[in-house]
Ligand binder design. Structure first.
Ligand code: BES
Ligand code: ZN
Length: 554
């Protein structure tokens, strides 16, 4: 049972979707039909999830009705299909404020000429643009026709057949259904990979992501074939609320990872790794989210090690470990566990660094305990055994106990808070030198070293640091976000113009959250947060708006 869905797939289970949708920019609305193909298991009711959808009609149904809307879950659409019918067609339209859609004005794009739309379905926002069984425990194939205004390109995380037609023949969970439309160019990166971006960005994007094909080869070498055919990236406008989203065949990515020096491409390794951990073997419920993200961070680091070397991997592991501690120190112990209780809560509440970094640390600890060779063979067999299935934490536990008995105590890791004794401790010599105050080689430091340098500062003589290293002028989004956080803490005013500009142009939640939260700690900061947010809010994604509303007070 998935507490985040009204659907009862044990009664009637959706198998396939046929979408015929029109994108109407002028009304900020998608409208059309979804034909829902289902299997009958018991009873005579098909229940779909919806949020803020207007349902016009349902074909091949005796009756249908929307139930009362729950603030987290949305409203159930209960349908009694005609006797013997194996599909129904829902005629519907989306609401302008649909939580899974962001409608951008031309001014919010790089080209400034055309509007832009993108979806973000994870965790439970697919239901705000398609009526479906919105649980990761149900997988569907789909086909789609998408109408767009002339001059705009529509793309989906699916096989692109041309003529605005799309097809996904491998069954995927609803949170991976994705669509975008805008003025887009495409550049191949390899025989089965490429990048989409607005025309003015496409060259820089192709440069930044030129190692993508090598990364695909690296994961295949470790864990078996890439099973989705094509792997493309779509660079979105800066309001995209996440770093990346692993939509099958088409990762959605923030432009803030284009740093010019590939220093932030672990994001590509991460989203690509989801093609195995997450998209192939999927968390059955959002309480099992660590099966998606913990495994993915582990695989991401293995890819980084192979392509960019051990030293860089160690740095990324240490940065992750330290950020985990920092975040955990502010979490209640019930949120420091891997298998998290989300009853009555938004699944977003579970999206902390715990499933990511604690999950990856568990796998790393097991790997070190049993040896890399055995662990690699285990993981490869795991992806094979559960390919195209959705599994729970209990399924994983049963599988590893049978296939890879080992001495790491799994219960405390999965059900207990914090980091159990015996955890592997990532270490970087280069970072140790920074901690010892050695800056003699700083002219050759990479982004990771600069981040560690800033995060381990005890004195923060901001003016001197800025004078010496020009942090306020940095073009690297991670360094900028860290520097601005310190600028707020130290009330370093020369960086405040940059702070405002950053918050008004970037909508990535990971950056917004700590900056607004830090501002809210003082009366002056609070006033500044409100002033900036009043200007910035309209440009944020509905999910980011909800996050910042909760921090700043709307
Ligand atoms: N699948 C996640 C993004 C996500 C998680 C969206 C939960 C909605 C709900 C994606 O793979 C991810 O983890 N992105 C990270 C970047 C990554 C390099 C850690 C992000 O967006 O920051
Ligand atoms: Zn992820």
């Amino acid at each position: 049972m998935d507490v985040h869905s009204w659907s009862r797939p044990d009664r009637m289970r959706v198998r396939h979707l046929d979408l015929d949708l029109e994108i109407r920019f002028e009304r900020k609305m998608i409208e059309g039909t979804a034909t829902i193909h289902f299997d009958r298991l018991s009873g005579d009711e098909l229940i779909l999830d919806t949020r803020d959808l207007e349902i016009r009609a349902v074909d091949r149904a005796k009756s249908f009705g929307l139930g009362a809307a729950d603030p987290v879950l949305g409203a159930p659409l209960r349908i009694r299909p005609d006797d013997g019918a194996d599909r129904v067609t829902v005629h519907y339209s989306t609401a302008p404020g649909a939580s899974g859609l962001q409608w951008l004005e031309p001014a919010q794009t790089a080209g400034k000429q055309h509007p832009f739309l993108f979806t973000q379905s994870q965790a439970i926002h697919a239901r705000s643009w398609i009526p479906l069984q919105d649980t990761p425990g149900v997988r569907v194939t789909f086909a789609a026709r998408i109408g767009t205004p002339a001059g705009l390109t529509a793309v989906m995380g699916a096989e692109m057949l041309g003529g605005n037609r799309f097809r996904m023949e491998q069954p995927v969970p609803s949170y991976l259904i994705a669509l975008a439309a805008g003025e887009l160019a495409f550049r191949p990166l390899g025989p089965r990979s490429g990048v989409y971006a607005e025309p003015s960005l496409i060259e820089r994007a192709a440069q930044e992501f030129e190692d993508t094909e090598t990364m695909i080869g690296a994961v295949e070498d470790l864990y078996g074939p890439y099973r989705w055919g094509q792997y493309d990236l779509l660079v979105l406008p800066p309001s995209f609320p996440f770093g990346g989203m692993e939509n099958p065949r088409l990762t959605f990515a923030t432009p803030t990872v284009i740093a010019g020096d590939k220093s932030l491409v672990s994001l590509v390794a991460h989203e690509l790794a989801h093609s195995w951990s997450g998209n192939l073997v999927t968390n059955a419920t959002w309480s099992d989210f660590w099966l998606n993200e913990g495994f993915t961070v582990y695989v991401e680091r293995r890819v980084i090690e192979r392509i960019y070397g051990t030293k860089r991997e160690e740095m990324e592991a240490v940065l992750g470990r330290r950020e985990l501690d920092r975040e955990m120190s502010g979490l209640p112990s019930s949120d420091r566990v891997l298998h998290i209780d989300l009853r009555g809560r938004d699944p977003d509440a579970g999206c902390t660094l715990v499933p990511y970094e604690k999950g990856a640390l568990l796998l790393r600890t097991i790997e070190r305990a049993v040896g890399r060779e055995r662990f690699d063979a285990f993981l490869r067999a795991y992806f094979d055994r559960f390919a195209f299935q959705s599994i729970t934490t209990a399924d994983f536990l049963e599988y590893i106990r049978r296939e890879l008995p080992n001495d790491v105590p799994l219960e405390p890791w999965i059900f207990g808070p914090g980091i159990p004794a015996g955890a592997n401790e990532p270490h970087s010599d280069a970072f140790a030198r920074i901690e010892a105050g050695d800056t003699s080689d700083s002219s050759s430091w990479n982004t990771h070293q600069w981040l560690h340098f800033l995060r381990t500062r005890e004195d923060a003589d901001m003016a001197r640091l800025d004078h010496e290293y020009h942090f306020t002028e940095s073009g690297n989004s991670e360094i900028t976000a860290q520097w601005l956080l310190m600028a707020i803490q130290e009330n370093y005013r020369p960086a405040f113009a940059k702070l405002e500009q950053f918050l008004c142009s970037v909508g990535r939640r990971k950056f917004l959250k700590p900056l607004y939260a830090e501002l809210m700690k003082t009366p002056d900061g609070c006033a500044l947060a409100r002033t900036i947010y009043a200007k910035a809010r309209a440009g944020y994604h509905p999910i980011a708006q909800a996050t910042v509303d909760a921090i700043v007070g709307s």
